[in-house]
Design a protein around this ligand. Structure first.
Ligand SMILES: C[S@@+](CC[C@H](N)C(=O)[O-])C[C@H]1O[C@@H](n2cnc3c(N)ncnc32)[C@H](O)[C@@H]1O
Length: 209
């Protein structure tokens, strides 16, 4: 019987995204195939990442989160689930940390229920800013999609307004968002919690052009 420490070590050995300081990632080496790559930013407890990866074995998934505690949870689950098409990285997503990802190489990026930072004095902490949308554009393939969900009305408007100002993204939903979830939609921990409190999500989807 392995200890928790051994489980984490073994899981990291297999599922951690190995980033060499100067080298650009070669996804064919990482996953051993040429399947398209999707990234989830802020994977939290991993419900969305793991379920979506199970449903789509022909797609490779990278889950990132900045918190060590969250990342450990992801490695513990992966040790049990053994999903060959998933890699995890502890990353604070910013201009610097994405340098190792080849430009225009990601087909789809997911941002599920980012922290809404509801107070005006904290708005600068919201992950969706124009600098963040620049990063998305750099990573996504032409025609690639960013998929966002939030239950927070003000944040939803903030996101819609930011993307409305962009010439490099087009909204897939006419109004900028929809309240209808797609078939096969995976509910995350935060989404479930917020629905129980009476907050229904807004779904936004933008295509990189
Ligand atoms: C509110 S939680 C949502 C988690 C999960 N997506 C869900 O819906 O249950 C936001 C997550 O994003 C992570 N996060 C916030 N900013 C980030 C950044 N710049 N880079 C990577 N992860 C980030 C946090 O650590 C946290 O786990």
């Amino acid at each position: 019987m392995l200890t928790d420490k051994e489980i984490l070590e073994e899981s990291r050995r297999i599922f951690e995204l190995q980033i060499e300081e100067k080298d650009m990632l070669d996804f064919k080496n990482v996953f051993g195939n040429k399947h398209p790559v999707h990234i989830e930013i802020g994977s939290g407890r991993g419900e969305f990442l793991f379920r979506t990866a199970q449903q789509n074995p022909e797609i490779n998934f990278i889950g990132i989160d900045l918190k060590e505690k969250r990342v450990k949870t992801l490695f513990r689950i992966l040790y049990k689930e053994k999903l060959k098409n998933v890699r995890i990285a502890k990353i604070f997503l910013d201009e610097e940390s994405i340098k190792f990802i080849p430009p225009n190489s990601i087909e789809r990026i997911y941002l599920q229920h980012p922290d809404p930072w509801p107070k005006k004095r904290h708005f600068h902490r919201r992950i969706v800013q124009h600098s963040f949308i620049d990063i998305l554009h750099k990573l996504l393939t032409k025609g690639g999609i960013i998929d966002i969900a939030t239950d927070h009305e003000d944040y939803a408007n903030w996101i819609v307004e930011h993307f409305r100002k962009r010439k490099d993204f087009t909204s897939i939903n006419k109004k900028g968002f929809t309240r209808e979830s797609e078939d096969g939609h995976v509910e995350t921990y935060f989404e479930k919690k917020k629905r129980e409190e009476g907050f229904e999500p807004y779904f936004m989807k933008y295509r990189s052009i």
